[in-house]
Design a protein around this ligand. Structure first.
Ligand code: F6P
Length: 327
């Protein structure tokens, strides 16, 4: 495939993730080095429909590599989910003479990207994995995941101080509507007594037995990490445990959106820079319709439909490992 790329557009879509700005910077500066001009699209796919284009230059992305969020802003556009919305978006790309679109986001973003491409004569769209959830196939890590994990670990370490001082069992809800990667790895890192994830239904009786055993061993406080998408949920599991252990103090803490914010970690800045650089070069070489990732230190290209299939190996044996390590 070959395609003359003279002008591209870049947007961020879905939940923001630390490192999105670093990715935009890499896309813009690589494109400019290659004599390709760049339009930024504000507010994700909705901005594409509403013609929110802004020209971007090398200087437009100065001083943003260390900033959380996305300076292009983001949205979860309902209109873009309709064929009419996507047709408007495509027409606007044509009107602006934009030869290719770079999208930075998660599974919803890539689903939209694929439809835009397929409905419009294979229009060139390429993706970068930007989500704290790490739930995409075709990359070892998504942009934002490392920073989010460090935010969770920092917060839970603080909660652990109070748990220990007051003999409290904390149920800490972390993000991940559909995936338990944040819960799994932050849980291991904080030495959680138990980790609850959407990928596995927690046996509450077994959990209570474990907590009772801990109590007998004079382990009078604890941290249970619960993914947002867990089938039982932090509030309900805390209620069930309290019913059986009425004399023990329990608390539920929902970490919420602090997990999406903050300055990106070094790992996220490097990953975002590598993937943004690679994406523009891949487009130049005449390939698209893929999410650009990194696996085992090598740049990968995964078709959009495969990237969103959730085939990432979720290693359930690590849940058991975490339990054993917390005895
Ligand atoms: O996809 C990123 C994410 O932060 C998920 O972990 C979470 O379930 C969801 O977005 C929350 O989205 P919103 O901010 O739209 O409620």
């Amino acid at each position: 495939m070959s395609h003359d790329i003279r002008k591209i557009a870049v947007l961020t879509s879905g939940g923001d993730a630390p490192g999105m700005n670093a990715a935009i910077r890499a896309v813009v500066r690589t494109a400019i080095s290659e004599k390709i001009s760049v339009e930024g699209v504000m507010h994700g796919y909705q901005g594409l429909i509403d013609k929110e284009f802004i020209p971007l230059y090398g200087s437009s992305v100065s001083g943003i590599i260390q900033r959380g969020g996305t300076f292009l802003k983001s949205s979860r556009s309902k209109e873009f989910r309709t064929p009419e919305g996507r047709a408007k978006a495509y027409q606007n790309l044509q009107d602006e003479s934009i030869d290719a679109l770079v999208v930075i986001g998660g599974d919803g973003t890539f689903h939209g990207a694929e439809l835009l491409m397929l409905e419009n004569d294979n229009y060139p769209v390429i993706g970068l994995p930007g989500t704290i959830d790490n739930d995409l196939f075709g990359t070892d890590l998504t942009i934002g995941y490392d920073t989010a994990l460090n935010t969770v670990v920092d917060a839970v370490d603080k909660i652990r101080d109070t748990a220990g001082s007051h003999d409290i069992i904390f149920f800490v809800e972390v993000m991940g509507r559909d995936a338990g990667y944040i819960a799994l790895n932050s849980g291991i890192a904080v030495g959680a007594e138990n980790i609850m994830v959407p990928e596995e239904i927690t046996d509450v009786d077994k959990l209570i037995v474990k907590i009772e055993q801990d109590q007998r061993k004079k382990k009078t406080s604890g941290i249970i990490i619960v993914a947002e998408g867990d089938k039982i949920g932090a509030v309900e599991v805390a209620r069930l445990v309290k019913e059986r252990m009425p004399n023990h103090e329990m608390r539920v803490t929902v970490l919420g959106h602090i997990q999406r914010g903050g300055s990106p970690s070094c790992m996220d800045r490097v990953l975002a820079s590598k993937l943004g650089y690679a994406a523009v070069n891949i487009l130049k070489e005449g390939r698209w319709g893929v999410m650009v990732g990194e696996m085992n230190g090598k740049i990968t290209e995964t078709p959009f439909d495969k990237a969103t299939k959730r085939e990432n190996s979720f290693d359930k044996s690590l849940l058991e490992m975490a339990r054993q390590l917390s005895i």
